[in-house]
Design a protein around this ligand. Structure first.
Ligand SMILES: *Cc1c(COP(=O)(O)O)cnc(C)c1O
Length: 460
């Protein structure tokens, strides 16, 4: 096979959505009006939207065609049959439940398993996962491997869970107190880094030996499968789909936000092996989400999920997806932008603490970079640092996040290679005046998930 340098999108454009090109002056004004919170911007004020890869994907012609086939029957919808079959053939799990998005599945599952005194253990809990656990009074403990905290350390599976720590926690808390062990693939809040099959097997064995529930947070399982095939010995000749299937077989259940690797704009599900637990969850599903054959989704949404879950395993798509993200990361790295290495699957993470080393964590260097990217290039990114997970302890002392990252999350099949080149150029401008940039302070914020609605003031 001839290898070309240029990454081409393995699709053609059939419909376009215009982007409004704003000026820097306009953007300064918009940002001020948004209280320097990028979640408060209007989408047409943004040129390149890297806020999230969640629900921002472009659907295929086949998925759009599926909208017309949507069966909107309250019960027994054909579209649900298609969605369930698609999930069943991938996971092998017998009990499958639709929800309107990932966090609804989390609320049902962790709501049942949680409660005061319970602990949950994960490589890293995603923010909504942590919130859904903590809101029950339970504790969420993150145990990524030590390498995960070292920006520069190359490790093929930096998303892995620390097995030694898992064993210690299992001995400490025991079966009665542990709500579940949750493996997030890829590890979103820790750089979008992959998890190896070997790690999943070790976790599975520990959970089986101690009768603990093992849940896969499988939002990006196809992207994770790509890394396993190309980095882990013994999987060179296994298809991406079969790699994913093998990982599902190791766990007792899964929760998925379909807004990621199902390449749709809305949806989610959870799937379980155990009948008794499934029965309990079904009750709550009907009370809070909807009947079991739609769970908060319309029939047409279920059609698109069924199709998207198959398309995402297409080798051409996955190769383009991971290469394109890798290209952006590699270019930024070569320019001297401190990025998390190796580059993950769905996003490039910039270390703002290192880039703006003059801004202390309590002045939110990540927020400062996110605002600069918007002002200079209309790029919307997401702070994953002390705005998202910093807090004050009981004495009012500021506790910062382990890292001050800014995530450039890349929507699936939306931007082309020239958009990526533009982003690289904006970073050249970021490097030019980095010493002049000042931090921010929070002037208003709620207790849970404060990054969504906090208001900021620019420090002078
Ligand atoms: C997005 C995400 C969720 C939550 O899903 P929503 O659909 O946004 O509610 C949970 N876990 C991980 C790892 C995610 O990336």
């Amino acid at each position: 096979m001839v290898e070309f340098k240029t990454i081409i999108e393995p699709f053609k454009i059939k419909v376009i959505e215009p982007i409004r090109i704003t000026t820097e002056e306009e953007r300064k004004q918009y940002l001020k009006e948004a209280n320097y919170n990028l979640f408060s911007l209007k989408s047409d004020q943004v040129i390149i939207d890297f806020l999230t890869d969640s629900g921002t994907s472009a659907m295929s012609d086949n998925q759009w065609a599926g909208l017309m086939l949507g069966d909107e029957s309250y019960a027994g919808s054909k579209s649900w049959d298609r969605m369930r079959e698609s999930i069943h053939s991938l996971t092998g799990y017998p009990y499958i439940f639709p929800t309107h998005q990932g966090r609804a599945a989390e609320r049902i599952v962790y709501g049942k398993l949680g409660g005061p005194g319970k602990v949950f253990i994960s490589n890293t809990h995603f923010d909504t996962t942590r919130a859904n656990i903590e809101v029950t009074g339970a504790e969420a403990i993150d145990i990524p491997i030590a390498e995960a905290k070292e920006r520069n350390v190359l490790h093929p599976f930096k998303g892995n869970m620390n097995i030694e720590k898992l064993e210690t926690l299992v001995a400490q808390y025991g079966k009665e107190k542990i709500g579940a062990v949750i493996l997030t693939v890829t590890n979103n809040s820790s750089g979008g880094q992959p998890v190896s099959m070997e790690n999943a097997i070790q976790i599975s064995n520990i959970c089986r030996d101690h009768e603990l529930l093992f849940i896969l947070d499988c939002c990006r399982i196809a992207e994770n499968a790509y890394f396993i095939k190309h980095r882990e010995e013994g999987f060179e000749n296994t298809s991406y789909f079969d790699i994913a299937r093998k990982m599902f077989a190791l766990a007792d259940g899964c929760i998925m936000s379909a807004k990621k690797d199902a390449i749709v704009n809305m949806g989610g599900f959870f799937a379980l092996k155990d009948k008794d637990f499934a029965d309990k969850c079904r009750e709550t599903l009907i009370i809070t989400e909807g009947y079991i054959t739609y769970g908060g989704l319309s029939g047409r949404d279920m059609e698109t999920i069924a199709t998207g879950l198959q398309e995402v395993f297409d080798p051409d798509y996955l190769h383009y997806r991971i290469s394109s993200t890798g290209y952006l990361g590699k270019k930024l790295h070569e320019m001297g932008v401190p990025v998390m290495l190796p580059i993950g699957g769905h996003a490039v993470y910039v270390d703002a603490k290192e880039l703006y080393s003059h801004i202390p964590p309590e002045s939110y260097p990540g927020q400062a970079l996110a605002c600069e990217l918007y002002i200079k290039g209309g790029i919307r990114s997401c702070e994953i640092g002390s705005v998202m997970s910093g807090h004050e302890d009981v004495d009012g002392k500021f506790i910062c996040a382990p890292m001050e990252l800014v995530r450039l999350a890349i929507p699936r099949r939306v931007y082309t290679q020239s958009h990526i080149e533009y982003v690289i150029e904006v970073f050249e401008k970021i490097l030019e005046d980095k010493e002049k940039i000042k931090g921010y302070k929070i002037i208003e914020a709620p207790h849970f998930l404060r990054h969504f609605t906090a208001k900021f003031q620019q420090l002078v």
